[in-house]
Each structure stands twice: as structure tokens, then as C-alpha cells.
Design a protein around this ligand. Structure first.
Ligand code: UT7
Length: 339
């Protein structure tokens, strides 16, 4: 087994300036602040309104800030991975566009498609790349412009989603007891009927019909997805804790996918962790899909301490789900970890 541990050495994020709050949304569709707040916990979300800008714009902003914070030499970056469900184009990859804009010369780039689990899965892959010893420094970005696939005439889905990007620097260390310890990730493939975008892919390419019938937006059977999400994340966390001999008391923080505050609370209850230990920012950003988890890390980085036991857990279209056990590697709002 490798003696290299993979750690996060810095976190950054970007959200667009435009704030779409529940009041404004209530003027767009038949909804109200009370319904959205009690059913989802969301008060506002950020929207990338500028024409011609897509996911790579936000991903690049987050990555630029990350490089500034960590002081990483651009020539030392080995790879850029962008987890997204809303790529700029079918091809080329969003990651290749980000890499180009960052001016990286010694790196390769690829996108990672796992919906709302995209960041968590991509982070796992990046950690394995680092632990292999072949790669030294990888930027992992979770970025989504969910407003591009949200139907603002559908009150059941449009309050949920927002735009944003978060990025982490992943590096190796020989220090023991920090970094990614274990993961329990699962995909069941049963989720297609309940959560998908009907058109625009190879099964149903874009046409006048698909546009006229509003088939390019996220379709969701909310109640079913809700039930699956709570069960899957609860079970994944339980399996992960058991597999690592951890009890609830060993957990310092839970970083959960930010789809619905009621889902987050139900998962916390199932694993017996009080809400004070659950990091939540859904009220300000809504569900930014792959960006949720790194945006939570970005918002709460200043309160994290070296050695904190963090449980990541996420759920999304597929269905994809899972949980990861990570030991934080530095104190506070740090730039790069001192090595
Ligand atoms: O990140 C990917 C994974 N996605 C998720 O995890 C999302 C999972 N699902 C959910 O978060 C919830 O199911 C929703 C937030 C989408 C919906 O909440 P719900 O408590 O499951 O509501 P519901 O769909 O059962 O609808 C309850 C009622 C319905 O009215 P009736 O049939 O009871 O009269 C809806 O028509 O609420 C109505 N409704 C609304 N009312 C006001 C639905 N959307 C709205 C709205 N404003 N925006």
C-alpha cells in the first residue's frame, strides 16, 4: 500500500452576483416564501445572468482564487477535473476550457459526470491518483449552472436550484492520519425515470419539438427522490462509520449535499449527529449540484481544524450516492498547508 496520503491543501469558491430570492421567484411562478422555506430551507440562490457565460466561467473563477490562496505554481499542476452536469458544450470538456484559461502547461483535464455526487466521486478519484504517486497536485472543481437546465415555469423544481462553483487543491503528504481515509460509494441505476433531463443527449437530440415541449429542463419526481435520498445517504453513512469503527461521537462535521434542508436533517437524525455538527449553506445558494460540497467547505473553512473527522455524503441523479470519511489537514482559513 502507498504511504502517500491525499489531502486538501486549500479551498475556494465562486458564486455569481445576482441573487434570486424567494420573493422574486414568487412573482415568476405560483409559489411563496413560506412554502419554499418550510419545504426546502432555501431563501435565495445565485444565478449567472450574463449572456454567453457558462459553467467554465464560474469554475475558472473558483480555480483562480484557489491558485492565489494556495500559491501553487501553475506549472506544478498535474490535472484539472471538473465535476459538472451542465458542461459548457457536449464537447470539448469544460475542464479543458478551464485549463486553457488558467494557462496550465503541464496538466491534463477531464470532466466528471455523476450529477450531485460529481464532486465527491471526483475527489475520490483525484485522491487515488495522488496516492498512486504518479500525480502531485490536482485541482478538483465542482461547478454547475443549474439555471441553464431549470424550467422557470415549473414551480416544483425552479425554487430548488442555483449556480456556483467550488474548488479544492489535492496534494500528497507522507504525514500519517490525515486526508481521505475511506469511501463507501454506490450507484443503483434505477433513478432514470425519477430524475433526468429528457432531451439534448444522444437518445433524444435537440429539435424544434424538444424545445417546444420544454424537454431540456430537469424533470424530477420530488417525493420519490426525497425518499431515496434519505435512505441512501443514511445507509451509506452507517456503513462507512461501521466499517471504520466510528461512532456518532467521533464525527466533528458532516458535509451533506445541499438539496433540501429536510433531507439533510433526516440524514443527520438517521446517523445520530446533532445539527450543530452539520454544515449547511442551502439557505443562500440552493442546490448547486456538483458545487454544493466544495461551496460548503469554502464557507466553513475558517472553523475547520487539523484532525477534524469529516463525513461527506451525497445523492443525485442515477441514482448515485455515497459517503466519504476525511480527516481535515490544516487549521482555519489557511492558504496552502505548511509542509
Ligand atoms: O439534488 C438532486 C436530488 N434532489 C433532491 O434530493 C430533491 C428531493 N425532493 C425534494 O426536495 C422535495 O420533494 C421537493 C422540495 C421537490 C418538494 O417537496 P414535497 O414536500 O415533496 O412536496 P410535494 O412535491 O409532495 O408537493 C406538495 C404540494 C403539492 O400540492 P398538493 O398536491 O398537495 O395540493 C404541490 O403541488 O406542494 C405543491 N407545490 C408547491 N406549492 C407552492 C409544489 N411546488 C410548490 C411550490 N410552491 N414551489
Amino acid at each position: 500500500m502507498s504511504n502517500i496520503n491525499a489531502i486538501i491543501t486549500g479551498v475556494a469558491g465562486y458564486v455569481p452576483d445576482y441573487v434570486l430570492n424567494n420573493e422574486e421567484l414568487s412573482r415568476m411562478v405560483d409559489t411563496n416564501d413560506e412554502w419554499i422555506t418550510t419545504r426546502t430551507g432555501i431563501k435565495e440562490r445565485r444565478i449567472l445572468t450574463e449572456e454567453g457565460l457558462g459553467t467554465s466561467y464560474m469554475a475558472r473563477k473558483a480555480a483562480k482564487l484557489l491558485m492565489k490562496k494556495t500559491g501553487a505554481d501553475p506549472d506544478s499542476i498535474d490535472a484539472v477535473i471538473v465535476a459538472t452536469t451542465t458542461p459548457d458544450y457536449p464537447h470539448p470538456s469544460t475542464a479543458s476550457i478551464v485549463l486553457g484559461k488558467l494557462g496550465l502547461k503541464n496538466a491534463f483535464a477531464f470532466d466528471f459526470a455523476a450529477a450531485c455526487c460529481g464532486f465527491m466521486y471526483a475527489f475520490d478519484v483525484a485522491c487515488n491518483m495522488i496516492q498512486s504517486g504518479r500525480h502531485k497536485r490536482i485541482i478538483v472543481i465542482g461547478a454547475d449552472k443549474m439555471s441553464a437546465i431549470t424550467d422557470y415555469r415549473d414551480r416544483a423544481t425552479c425554487p430548488l436550484f442555483g449556480d456556483g462553483a467550488g474548488a479544492v487543491m489535492v496534494e500528497g503528504t507522507t504525514e500519517e492520519g490525515i486526508g481521505l481515509i475511506d469511501s463507501y460509494h454506490r450507484t443503483d441505476g434505477k433513478g432514470l425515470p425519477f430524475l433526468h433531463v429528457k432531451a439534448g443527449g444522444s437518445v433524444c437530440p435537440s429539435s424544434r419539438f424538444t424545445v417546444d415541449h420544454r424537454l431540456h429542463y430537469t424533470y424530477q419526481e420530488g417525493r420519490t427522490v426525497f425518499r431515496y435520498a434519505v435512505t441512501a445517504m443514511g445507509d451509506d453513512c452507517a456503513a462507512l462509520l461501521e466499517g471504520n469503527g466510528l461512532t456518532q461521537n467521533d464525527i466533528d462535521y458532516v458535509v451533506c449535499h445541499q438539496a433540501n434542508l429536510r433531507i439533510i436533517e433526516a440524514v443527520a437524525k438517521r446517523i445520530g449527529v446533532p445539527m450543530e455538527k452539520v454544515l449547511v449553506n442551502i439557505q443562500r445558494y440552493g442546490n448547486t449540484s456538483a458545487a454544493c460540497m466544495p461551496l460548503v467547505l469554502w464557507d466553513f473553512e475558517s472553523q475547520l481544524k487539523k484532525g477534524d473527522n469529516i463525513i461527506f455524503t451525497a445523492f443525485g441523479a442515477g441514482f448515485v450516492n455515497g459517503a466519504s470519511y476525511y480527516k481535515w489537514a490544516y487549521d482555519g482559513d489557511s492558504a496552502a498547508v505548511k509542509k
